[in-house]
Design a protein around this ligand. Sequence first.
Ligand code: SF4
Ligand code: SF4
Length: 436
Amino acid sequence: MLAKGKGHFTRREFLSKSLSSITAAGLLSISGKKPPSHIQRELVQRPEKNIIYRTLGKTNIHLPIVSMGVMNTLDSAVVKKSYEIGVRHFDTAGEYMRGRNEEMLGNALKELNVRDKVIISTKVFISLFQRGMSPEEMKKIYLKKAEESLKRLEMDYVDILYSHNVYDIKWLNNPGIIEALHLLKEQKKARFIGFTTHQNMAECINEAARTGFYDVICTAFNYSMHDDEVLTDSLKNAASKGIGLIGMKTQCGGRFLDLENVPIEKQRYYRRNILHTAVLKWVLKHDLITTAIPGYTNYKQLEEDFSVAYDLDYILEEKKFLQDKNVMLALKAYCKQCSRCVPTCPYGVDIPTLMRIHMYALCYSNLSLAQDTLNEIPNGKGLERCISCSQCEASCANRVDIANRIDELGKITAGKKFDWEFIQIRKQRGVPLNHN
Ligand code: SF4
Ligand code: SF4
């Protein structure tokens, strides 16, 4: 499980060999249509010894550099195929698909009978409405939620248990959460403990490095942050203290708006795809990051992402993508959840959360997660408060078109509910499946 090294094939050779094996197996129709993901097809199996592994901080866990973010799928065949081709870490959360994501993952691994060969992480999320509770109440509810996750996963323990969605130091050091995590570790229900962060990451990561309480940090980290030295320094700081680092949101949202080519009235349907291998390699070329958890949802995406685990060298097409000024400009408009815009809104709109919901809905096509996150926004801070004045946009260094995105969200939510037909329209128009 510890072998390091590079593959025998370049990515191009790998993909072309895969393609020929699929064609030979008769699984590509003459029209070139891909089979649905649940149809078994053979992916090219390369020697496990060529997979690049890294060690997760002081945990002594060794992992392939590409893992699976399970969040957007209920397709157990994708989980099983992932294991078969070498994925050893699967990441889920109690709130993904309202618990069904954990249930599916638990079932799939049980059927494979490989619990002791994989690293499972899950997350406990405390709703924003509950965050004002006393430490005693907080500990109680946290323990209850952790037990519910274990039950859904049908496991006695998870390898990593995260406190989900940490964005400030106060929450990071909440005594109720700290006590609950400590107890769960003592009871051997969580081998290691950590937190996830996609907002105000550098501050939280530096604080975790200072306290030394957390074993692992799962942080948003992607190419749109290539010039964020404060974040990179915080990662170095945490790594120097032996904290294991896992990269999430590595695919820059999966799709982006290529402003040059998309007529404004069609923007909601015509987003351009990220070149996934390019942005994934960019993340993993930072060897402080042990592994990344891209959220692929079918075999083709799995094959694409896992090819990176054998070879981190860019091919020409990837170099061109990363150097393309239009791509860089478009990716710059990725919301980094820095919260700088918040004080500039006279109506107190929760802009970072709305930007995240926009990404879940329009880039991930994960409407259940978008809906759950929308429900989390307290009254008076949501879509209804925004008057599209654009005042906030001047404060956003990334030039995120905040008012436009809020307007788009308004159009695809009838009041507070997402329009499920919207997904169908996107599918008909050829918008690809989730891959983030
Ligand atoms: S919209 Fe801009 S300023 Fe606001 S949280 Fe996102 S990146 Fe930061
Ligand atoms: S556009 Fe909306 S979110 Fe931005 S400042 Fe105006 S009301 Fe607030």
